[in-house]
Write a protein that binds this ligand. Sequence first.
Ligand SMILES: [Zn+2]
Length: 221
Amino acid sequence: MSIVVVVIAAVATGAFLLLGNHGMRSRGPSPSTIVVLDAGHGGRDPGAVYGDVHEADLNLAVMKQVAEFLDTDPRIGVHMTRTLDISVSLEDRIGLANDSDAALYLSIQSNASTVSDASGIETLVSDQVAQDAAAWQWAEILQDAVTNATGARDRGVRSQDLYLHRAEMPAALIEIGFLSNRAEREKLLDPTYQNTIAKAIYNGIVTYLTFSSPNEFADKF
Ligand SMILES: [Zn+2]
């Protein structure tokens, strides 16, 4: 996996240098592979709150950085469930993904625990998907990409009763760290660390898409 990630990172960097600022590039036909990004919570629901830190804002900041990486990749189109601090129902979040025939769905969230030293990254899938379903492969690839890039504690992939079961494509929810852990919260608020997470998520998306549909996707390099 690590060799694939390195190659992809090199290609992605090259593409970025060639295309420059995404407002300047001219795109060919619209990409056939759609990824739906979700920033968890928002609006009336701030998610976890620690002082003036709202989970919804952190989720949105990281999601926007992932979208910027995806936007430099002409093979992938990105749809976002929200780009502002607004309320969006769980049904509408999954509905957007189903209606846009997305290849992948990812919800970006931040964790909280009453155990103040709990830390690390975990990825969740619906407990209604089979153990050999694509959602698990997607989640495992993503979890590896983000824990390798950040060095954060790897809490693994697990299933939970989640709204993701309505998704018609592989769907996962990543918890990028614990806002309840003071040291991890400070890292999560650092834009450089956010960008490390975002780039790793982007690399995980490309790795999964290349792995799951090599003919349609990898050939487009
Ligand atoms: Zn959350």
